[in-house]
Design a protein around this ligand. Structure first.
Ligand code: NAD
Length: 485
């Protein structure tokens, strides 16, 4: 299953070479090798996809949910059979380790499994005799043509927070992958093609900002799911809403962990390292700040620094590698600059991961895990998303101080607490103004049967991805009041 070259669009069950004259290189971040080129598809190509999806809508919507999910059962099996192959592509274009790429696809498959429950999940409600002899029903119907605009850091998984639910609910769909990592969706769409889904139900359009604008402006596209940085999320939310579309936008993050003195030291340090340095810190649920409370300062900085120093960094395809590169040369430069600004503004470098010597990685975008101590909680570094393997440490005296600082931040994607006290855990869970909470967990990633629940500047909209929220997002409720004399 070799990916087609150059990257193709998939519209109305046919692979199309884009007419775009503008192409971008897609580069392996571990080696610098150009893997392929991605077209920046035009508004006309978006129109072709939207038209195909709109034409498919009526028949697809009339296909009973129990039949619609048969395609998802097939997809689940195809994804299982091809998991290793897809994971290799994710590692090649995105840089994360093979184990991380497989974990990502496992999460994607979970969402397909949950969406297979649509005949139950999509049910409405009813009440007989709302007045004598009159009954009332709420039924759910599909929204129409829907689209996802995805980020680079999970080339496989993120589309699956939305697509399986959308099509299971009777909508038709358009995927716009990140132009930095378009290869994974080429493979996944080959599998969607193998499921035998009818023409126009799922469509793939590659491109960048102009392609997105065409999606946001197209009258046939009724709902938009976006995942990416906060600035883009805000802009897309405003534009899609102004164009009368249903919209959900998941944005950036600055995820804090609190380490209480009664936490298990080694377990806490390991979980923190996996959170801060897993996927080279390029997870929207990556820990970026750690608050060491009271006596935790005596052991936590050394424990996390030791692990950061020992992490094996390299090409994610190689055995034993624990952390890969960041996505682009520009990202690496930006992150190196952030570390320097931290140092210039008073942070203590406990581990400096800049300019590493990675055998075979001379052309890769490598930074090793970095730990900055003594961070100013009000400074830029403590408030800005870094999206790289950099953990900042802040010392505070009480859990209340830590929660207050967390709640003063603008993001609300994830926060975690390490403790052996149930009372502290409850207080934190209750008071933190954050959508995803971890207690003795470093990456509080919601399973597919829960919503992915960011708050504040990490999310714009009402209904999140995954689970019941996805069913609500991809259906519109119709109420029927009925009397038969
Ligand atoms: P990005 O915002 O640069 O790009 C995301 C998508 O938007 C891409 O498909 C891109 O083509 C498109 N895009 C970029 N700029 C645009 C513009 N000006 N107008 C219209 N479209 C535009 O994000 P990224 O760098 O690919 O991903 C990293 C970001 O995503 C991080 O901030 C991370 O925290 C966030 N993220 C959030 C979640 C979450 O669940 N909250 C999950 C994953 C990633």
């Amino acid at each position: 299953m070799n990916p087609p070259k150059p990257i193709l669009n998939y519209i109305n069950n046919t692979w199309h070479e884009s007419a775009a004259v503008n192409l971008l290189d897609v580069t392996n971040p571990a080696t610098g090798e150009v893997l392929t080129q991605v077209p920046l598809s035009s508004a006309d190509e978006v129109h072709q996809a939207a038209t195909a999806a709109a034409s498919a809508l009526d028949e697809w919507r009339r296909t009973p949910p129990v039949q619609r999910i048969q395609y998802l059962f097939k997809l689940k099996n195809l994804l299982e059979e091809n998991l290793d192959n897809i994971a290799q592509t994710i590692t090649m274009e995105c840089g994360k380790t093979l184990a991380e790429a497989k974990g990502e696809m496992r999460r994607a498959i979970e969402n397909v499994e949950v969406a297979c429950g649509i005949p139950t999940l999509m049910q409405g409600t009813n009440l007989e005799d709302i007045a004598a002899g009159i009954d009332e029903f709420m039924i759910r119907q599909p929204v129409g043509v829907c689209a996802v605009i995805a980020p680079f850091n999970f080339p496989g998984m993120i589309t699956f927070w939305f697509l399986p639910y959308a099509i299971a609910c009777g909508n038709t769909y358009i995927v716009k992958p990140s132009e930095k990592v378009p290869l994974t969706m080429q493979k996944i769409f080959q599998l969607l093609e193998e499921t035998g889904l009818p023409e126009g139900v799922v469509n793939l359009v590659n491109g960048g900002q102009k392609t997105v604008n065409a999606i946001l402006e197209h009258p046939e596209i009724r709902a938009i799911s976006f995942v990416g940085s906060t600035a883009t999320a805000k802009a897309i939310y405003a534009k899609a809403a102004a164009n009368g579309k249903r919209v959900q936008c998941q944005g950036g993050a600055k995820n804090p962990l609190i380490v209480l003195p009664d936490a298990d030291p080694q377990f806490t340090a390991n979980a923190t390292a996996d959170s801060a340095f897993g996927c080279a810190g390029q997870r929207c649920l990556a820990a970026s700040l750690a608050f060491a409370v009271g006596g935790a300062r005596d052991w936590f900085p050394k424990a996390i620094s030791d692990i950061a120093t020992d992490r094996v960094v390299g090409n994610g395809l190689e055995d034993g590698v624990q952390m890969g590169p960041v996505i682009t040369h520009q990202s690496r430069k930006r992150i190196e600059g952030v570390i320097q600004t931290g140092i210039d503004t008073g942070a203590r470098v406990l581990v400096d991961g800049r300019y590493p010597n990675i055998s075979g990685g001379e052309n890769g975008n490598f930074i090793r895990p970095t730990v900055l101590g003594n961070l100013n909680p009000q400074g830029d570094i403590a408030k800005t998303e870094i999206f790289g393997p950099v953990l900042g440490l802040i010392h505070v005296e009480t859990i209340d101080d830590a929660i207050a600082l967390i709640n003063s931040g603008k993001y609300g994607n994830m926060a975690c607490l390490f403790t052996s006290s149930g009372a502290s855990a409850r207080k934190f869970r209750y008071e933190a103004q954050i959508g995803n909470i971890g207690i003795n967990i470093g990456v509080a990633a919601p399973m597919a049967f829960f919503p992915f629940s960011g708050w504040k500047d990490s999310f714009f909209g009402d209904l999140h991805g995954q689970s019941w929220d996805a069913v609500d997002f991809f259906t519109q409720k119709k109420v029927v009041v009925e009397r038969w004399n």
